[in-house]
Design a protein around this ligand. Structure first.
Ligand SMILES: *[C@@H]1O[C@H](CO)[C@@H](O)[C@H](O)[C@H]1NC(C)=O
Ligand SMILES: [Cu+2]
Length: 176
């Protein structure tokens, strides 16, 4: 029942995306939930999970916990800044005082390349303080998440990508 609902939800979401963004790969129906924020880890400056392995066509669904977080795409080489002007970016529209924000940010995995992400909140320097993660890290490469975080710790102010909501969709957070 739960699985069926998830798949139906994913199919609906992807169909919605398909008309807006025809370059999306066929959906697998698999959803990876990433929680931005934490009630326990690293004073809340944490993505859980922060190291995700996903297939092309899988859906990433970012849920937001308290504080004012975002989900933004960077490169490995330059943590805490957008990978380019077209970086995936949730925007800051998921502020919640308690529990999960009413909406989630979703996007489809388009390839198997490492996808580095960070929270671009400058109030408290979330990225410099460890709020980052990766989808499809190359485990044979020295470009590890630990290396990214170490580099992030030494960077200056974070920068948000230019287009809030870019590369994904803001949809209601449906209970499982
Ligand atoms: C959330 O953070 C962003 C970026 O720092 C800021 O522009 C926005 O006003 C904040 N929203 C709230 C409700 O605090
Ligand atoms: Cu944050």
């Amino acid at each position: 029942m739960v699985a069926f609902t998830s798949i139906a939800f994913a199919a609906t979401t992807i169909l919605g995306l398909a008309s807006a963004a025809p370059q999306n790969p066929p959906p697998t129906g698999v959803i990876h939930r990433i929680f931005a924020g934490s009630t326990t880890a690293n004073n809340g400056l944490h993505f859980e999970p922060e190291n995700v392995v996903a297939e092309v066509g899988d859906l990433i669904e970012v849920h937001f916990l308290p504080k004012n977080h975002s989900f933004a795409q960077s490169s490995f080489d330059k943590p805490c800044v957008p990978i380019n002007d077209n970086a995936v970016f949730s925007g800051f529209q998921f502020v919640t005082a308690q529990g999960e924000a009413p909406n989630v940010f979703t996007f489809t995995v388009k390839d198997k390349n490492p996808f580095w992400f960070y929270c671009s909140q400058t109030n408290g320097n979330h990225c410099q303080n460890g709020m980052s993660g990766v989808i499809n890290q190359n485990f044979n490469s020295p470009n590890t998440l630990a290396a990214y975080k170490a580099k992030a710790a030494g960077t200056g102010t974070s920068i948000s990508p230019p287009i809030p909501g870019n590369g994904g969709q803001v949809v209601p957070n449906k209970p499982l």
